[in-house]
Design a binder for this molecule. Structure first.
Ligand code: 13P
Ligand code: SF4
Length: 398
């Protein structure tokens, strides 16, 4: 480590390293035009070792009262979930944000694309707050709007854009959601991907699925009965996506080459390994996992499905769960009568979800309580209107 990147420690706080790209990603300061998030996170954070942090959070929360509504995604840390008014997966949180018109502040403990969606679904009088503006999503970053526009031109050149319906995972930027709305498409989450694809295939011959290739492939093959051969992968880093016009015309699912940096790391070896270690185990994974992993598992479903399945499991049953570690750990603590293990020994927390910690929550709540709106996520009105078309189509799914 050179002296310019050395992270200095003081008794109370991390000192800011000098402005390297790595430093920006580590500490969420400055700006990063190449990412889906704005990473400038101004203001002073309380020290993580402040013994009054919990009391400060309670006091600020009490001052805000009904004016604030705190949403917590299931992958958030325990210290953050403790202050959430509601918890949920991305679909449930989008619904809950939309159903809370009287809350002046929607404090979104999740990641940037979720806060953007909440801003799109709430009124102009409401402010959506992301406690750490650097809490982005690497999967959402894998589909830039210029890349997607270029892809559409490639589909047009192959003569298939007209009959192609974009289906975009919630885990995408507002710009991608707007593109989807504009082109007659729909948003989906892992809870409703099957229904969204059925909706799309009733309107077109092909689907461009953005940005998670695994959710797209798993849903198309395992839930809609397509073959692997019906799917092609569009690589935005290769000319024409690395595909010939013929390959595009022969495909039914054009999968964007994106993945989740957490779920994408589970392997079939981890499934075999846990089965050897715990013979009676049931393996339950999220559909963002690779297709081979899902094929090797016993059950696959969204975060809400995973929670409901474990809640309903008989006492004494054994489970290996392939999703974010905070959630798996909380499930294990909640059900001491069940044997719940994390599917892999090396996969770690979602680093961007984990950027939101108690100091960031305290800083946001105290600022709001003092009348200072910080870390607001505001989607451009035109983008918002177009994205809303695609989100409303999802919310209207049967
Ligand atoms: P869900 O909340 O839709 O299950 O998605 C998981 C995820 O990776 C969120 O970032
Ligand atoms: Fe993005 Fe994966 Fe983290 Fe979800 S778990 S926020 S998809 S990187």
């Amino acid at each position: 480590m050179t002296s310019s990147t050395t992270i200095a420690l003081s008794a109370n706080a991390w000192a800011e390293p000098s402005g390297t790209a790595t430093a920006l990603l580590l500490l969420g300061r400055g700006s990063d035009a190449g990412s889906e998030r704005g990473v400038d996170c101004p203001g002073t954070l309380p020290s993580p070792s402040d013994p009054n942090l919990v009391a400060r959070a309670h006091a600020a929360r009490a001052t805000l009262g009904e004016r604030a509504f705190i949403l917590g995604h299931h992958y958030q840390r325990d210290e953050v979930i403790a202050f959430a008014d509601v918890t949920g997966d991305s679909f449930k949180l989008a619904q809950l944000a939309a159903a809370r018109p009287n809350a002046q502040f929607i404090v979104f403990c999740g990641v940037h694309f979720m806060a953007e969606s909440a801003d799109i679904l709430t009124s102009d009088q409401q402010a959506v707050i992301l406690p750490d503006l650097a809490a982005g999503c690497s999967m959402a970053d894998m589909a830039g709007i210029e890349q997607v526009q270029r892809c559409w031109e490639v589909l047009d050149d192959a003569g298939i854009a007209e009959n192609c319906v974009p289906v975009s995972y919630m885990n995408s930027t507002a710009a991608i959601k707007a593109f989807t709305g504009e082109h007659g498409g729909i948003i989906c989450t892992s809870s409703n991907a099957r229904r969204a694809l059925e909706w799309a295939f009733s309107r077109g011959e092909r689907v461009l699925f953005l940005p998670d290739q695994h959710l797209g492939r798993n849903t198309a093959v395992l839930e809609l009965g397509m073959s692997i051969g019906d799917c092609v992968v569009y690589n935005p880093h290769q000319p024409q996506g690395g595909l010939t016009p013929r390959q595009l015309r022969n495909a039914r699912m054009i999968l964007w080459r994106g993945h989740c940096s957490v779920h994408g790391r589970f392997t079939l070896d981890s499934v075999s390994d846990v089965r050897k270690r715990i013979p009676e185990i049931t393996v339950l994974v999220h559909p963002e996992c690779q297709h081979q992993v899902v094929l090797g598992a016993d059950l696959v479903g969204s975060t809400e499905f995973i929670i409901a399945t474990i809640d309903a499991a008989p006492s004494g049953s054994s489970w290996a769960v392939g999703t974010e570690l905070n959630l798996v750990r909380r499930l294990a603590l909640k059900h001491p009568d069940k044997h719940i293990v994390f599917l892999d020994k090396t996969v770690c927390y979602c680093s961007t979800m984990n950027r939101i910690d108690l100091p960031h929550v305290v800083a946001s709540l105290e600022s709001l309580a003092a009348g200072n709106v910080v870390n607001q996520i505001q989607v451009d009105p035109t983008v918002s209107r177009r994205a809303r078309l695609a989100l409303d189509r999802m919310l209207a799914l049967p």
